[in-house]
Design a protein around this ligand. Structure first.
Ligand SMILES: Nc1ncnc2c1ncn2[C@@H]1O[C@H](COP(=O)(O)OP(=O)(O)OP(=O)(O)O)[C@@H](O)[C@H]1O
Ligand SMILES: NCC(=O)N[C@@H]1O[C@H](COP(=O)([O-])[O-])[C@@H](O)[C@H]1O
Ligand SMILES: [Mg+2]
Length: 389
């Protein structure tokens, strides 16, 4: 489709967090014009964009206002919580929505993407059932068995998610899921608990006029359903890498369009199990800021603009570890950065979020090491030195 297009292009970013910030930097390096949008002022990506707007991205009217005002060539979602039906309308008017308007709609609903992967494409996923009431959740939890994982169908970053050990915990999981569900959705998914050896993100780059390509797998650890550490390359066998690439290709082909996808898998002793995917750079992929010649944000930009990606080079054992807030605050300052940076092959990024609350991701530590363990140790040590005051 859009190969050899002219630069600069006008890019509208819907969501302006840490992932958007790095994307804007990549876009700016090629001289593009970026309008950064989010629900609050001075969001990370707004700090580096050409201009910004604060709107509710769940409001079709608000989206209409900013699109009419700025007339972007591309609309690039950076978060899930967007009125995706409206994106379909923009697409019909000739604006390119990344990866496609339909794909952003599918991937913000766990049930739709799950049905696509499992029912239509025959991909192995965790066993799952849905519930709309507590009574239904009790019934389907018994069918799935314990432990299991309860999640709102509409949520991200582990919000509303719990591991349920037995029947006595179902009611609590129900309330937690319902109160953390996005919008007014009351649909809950319960999944078989997968006792994986490792979970990975396979960054998958779908291009307009060139074959789909992959980054080496990224291993990661999660707490409360949210990412804590990631590392690359993940130590998994070649046949499992090929199996995950095959699934990632199948699912992203079904979604269409162009851009990077973070495709999540659980790897057990014998199986590669598809979990979900982001049609955009992935938080665990921040490790590529240190681990690759082209990071996931540069790859996303090139794929979107139809620019060539001749070679992805992995630069050696690398890791990332998150820097989290522990308290609510609206005056942000850090100590310990100098101490963290004194170590060789360590880097720190502070996102510039204007406020903090418990567990909010405020920055990330990046490191290279002699092996994965060494890189992880260096990244977590550096992250632990940086303190919010
Ligand atoms: N069925 C499962 N079995 C075992 N662990 C699971 C299961 N589902 C989720 N988890 C754990 O919880 C984490 C978050 O789950 P999931 O990716 O579905 O949530 P999310 O809200 O979409 O998070 P994000 O938006 O950050 O990707 C997973 O990475 C995994 O560690
Ligand atoms: N797993 C999705 C993810 O990591 N998304 C990233 O977090 C930001 C929201 O952060 P906030 O909640 O601190 O505002 C999003 O804008 C995106 O950059
Ligand atoms: Mg996930």
């Amino acid at each position: 489709m859009k190969t050899s297009l002219q630069l600069p292009q006008k890019l509208m970013l819907l969501g302006s967090g840490e992932l958007g910030k790095e994307f804007v930097i990549a876009a700016q390096r090629l001289g593009n014009y970026v309008i950064a949008i989010d629900r609050y002022a001075n969001a990370p990506a707004m700090q580096v964009a050409d201009c910004s707007e604060v709107i509710s991205m769940l409001s079709a009217d608000d989206l209409e206002t900013v699109v009419t005002k700025h007339q972007p060539d591309f609309i690039i979602p950076e978060i899930e919580a967007i009125r995706t039906e409206k994106l379909q309308e923009f697409e019909q008017r000739g604006i390119i929505v990344i990866p496609t308007a339909t794909a952003t709609n599918y991937t913000m609903n766990r049930d739709i993407i799950r049905e696509l992967a499992h029912q239509e494409l025959g991909v192995r996923t965790a066993e799952y059932r849905y519930a709309f009431t507590l009574e239904e959740l009790i019934t389907v939890s018994d069918e799935i068995g314990f432990p299991n994982v309860v999640k709102p169908v509409m949520s991200s970053s582990g919000k509303g998610q719990s591991v349920v050990q037995d029947r006595t915990e179902v009611e609590k999981a129900w309330s937690y899921a319902i109160s953390n569900s996005r919008g007014d959705s009351q649909k809950i998914i319960v999944e078989e608990f997968i006792n994986f050896e490792i979970e990975i993100t396979l960054l998958t780059i779908k291009q307009w006029d060139a074959p789909t390509i992959f980054c080496p797998p990224i291993g990661h650890s999660q707490e409360r359903g949210d990412y804590q550490e990631s590392w690359q390359p993940a130590n998994i066998s070649e046949d499992k890498i090929l199996a995950s690439q095959e699934i990632a290709k199948k699912v992203t082909d079904a979604l269409g369009g162009a851009g990077i996808f973070g495709v999540e898998f659980f790897i057990t002793k014998d199986e590669v199990i598809f979990s979900e995917l982001s049609p955009r750079p992935h938080d665990t992929g921040m490790v590529t800021l240190i681990s690759q010649n082209l990071n996931e944000f540069e790859l996303h930009l090139r794929a979107i603009l139809g620019l060539p990606i001749p070679h992805i080079e992995q630069l050696g054992f690398s890791a990332s570890a998150v820097i989290l807030a522990s308290e609510k605050s609206d005056s942000i300052a850090f100590t310990g950065v100098a101490d963290a940076l004194a170590e060789k092959d360590v880097d720190i990024q502070l996102f510039g979020k204007p406020t903090a609350h418990p567990y909010r991701r405020m920055g990330v530590a990046l490191a290279k090491g002699t092996d994965v363990e060494d890189a992880r140790e260096k990244a977590t040590t550096a992250a632990s030195k940086v303190k919010l005051i």
